[in-house]
Design a protein around this ligand. Structure first.
Ligand code: PLP
Length: 232
């Protein structure tokens, strides 16, 4: 069934406004990134017509197939966020497609991005993971604290803050605790390094109201806008 994007967006925007108010902020302080992975270009164009100005993709290959076509269809290029694991050999392609790389999950990747930046300053978020699944990507908090001085010395990178994905199958309260810890980690790094570290990208369809309550400045919402994804 074709999702009703207008209705879905209206619901998401109302939910954002309510959660923002509960966190003492205005809705305009929360950036909505519509996660368009697996969605065809037409859906992106439709969402853009409804005022969405930022999209998230998790695979460089899929983005390479999609973004140039979308760019031809839209008068104004939306902001494209990379939100999935980036392999170092895909860095040059990612730099052509994305305005911000949210999923920088290692020092080696950060250095590879810097080497390929080609004169530009690349906006990045550092991905942190607080769960106990050793296979999930992301800096562990202690590792991030330890490597932060080195990360912040890397040229051509504009580290804007942190990104996280809540552990799978966590309860709402566990998820809230994770988001809170990520915010506290951001605050501690800000105090130690005097960086702005302004951005906190956290919250997806299931948990974005909680994330906003805990201080998210960017939320990444797919299914609540575009409907359930077909299995790949
Ligand atoms: C898919 C994805 C999202 C969006 O998930 P939904 O449940 O569809 O809202 C957000 N962040 C990342 C990193 C993703 O891969």
């Amino acid at each position: 069934m074709r999702p009703d994007l207008a209705q879905n967006l209206e619901r998401v925007r109302a939910t954002i406004a309510d959660a923002a108010a509960r966190s003492g902020r205005g809705a305009e302080q929360i950036a909505l990134v519509a996660v368009s992975k697996t969605q065809p270009p037409e859906m992106v164009v439709e969402a853009a017509a409804l005022g969405v100005d930022a999209f998230g993709e998790n695979r460089v290959q899929e983005a390479q197939a999609k973004i140039p076509g979308v760019r031809q269809l839209l008068a104004r290029d939306p902001t494209w966020h990379l939100i999935g694991t980036l392999q170092r050999n895909k860095v040059p392609a990612a730099l052509e497609l994305f305005a911000i790389l949210e999923s920088v999950d290692s020092l080696r990747l950060a250095e590879a991005i810097s080497r390929r930046a080609g004169g530009r300053t690349v906006a990045v978020l550092l991905e942190v993971y607080l769960g106990d699944d050793p296979r999930r990507p992301g800096f562990r908090p202690a590792e991030l604290v330890q490597q932060a001085p080195e990360l912040l010395e890397i040229p051509h990178l504009d580290v804007r803050g942190l990104m996280t994905i809540a552990p799978l199958n966590a309860s709402a309260e566990e998820t809230r605790g994770v988001f809170r810890q990520v915010r506290e980690l951001r605050d501690a790094l800000r105090d130690d390094f005097g960086q702005s570290w302004g951005e906190l990208s956290m919250g997806m369809s299931e948990d974005y109201p909680i994330a906003i309550e805990e201080g998210a400045t960017i939320i990444r919402v797919g299914r609540a806008i575009f409907g359930e994804r077909a299995l790949p």
